[in-house]
Design a protein around this ligand. Sequence first.
Ligand code: ATP
Length: 134
Amino acid sequence: MSTFLLEVVTPERKVYAQDVDMIVVKGVNGELGILPNHIPLVTPLKIAPVTVKKGKTTEYIAVNGGFMEVRKDKVVILAESAELPGDIDVNRARAAKERAEQRLRDAKKDEIDFRRAELALQRAMNRLDIITKQ
Ligand code: ATP
């Protein structure tokens, strides 16, 4: 079976670079499965796990928004932050979730703080989700 190179890159580091069989991502317009030789495309991503299939194994990467670029020879995911399950600090994610929930209770819906708290909550839930998937 053919494979393609998947790279997940943040401003800080290269989180992932391996040959994989297939990935499933959550684009802003819905879920997308990418196999080798997919037509080139660029799409913004939601804050959600990226599922990576490689041989008999399935891995998950917490990708916190950003973009996916499908090129002829590889797929590049660029995000502000992304973590593999082993890199996730559960207590930190739990604390971030609680902080965000508190802010959502305190802020008014039309405030920028409310939107920021919503996004922080999504990142924290995404990280916790990845850990339970393992
Ligand atoms: P926090 O409020 O805990 O900082 P955050 O969602 O605001 O969370 P980000 O801005 O998304 O954090 O990420 C900042 C940096 O910290 C990135 O390098 C990211 O990978 C890392 N990071 C954030 N939360 C965790 C976590 N729970 N475990 C491991 N690394 C994390």
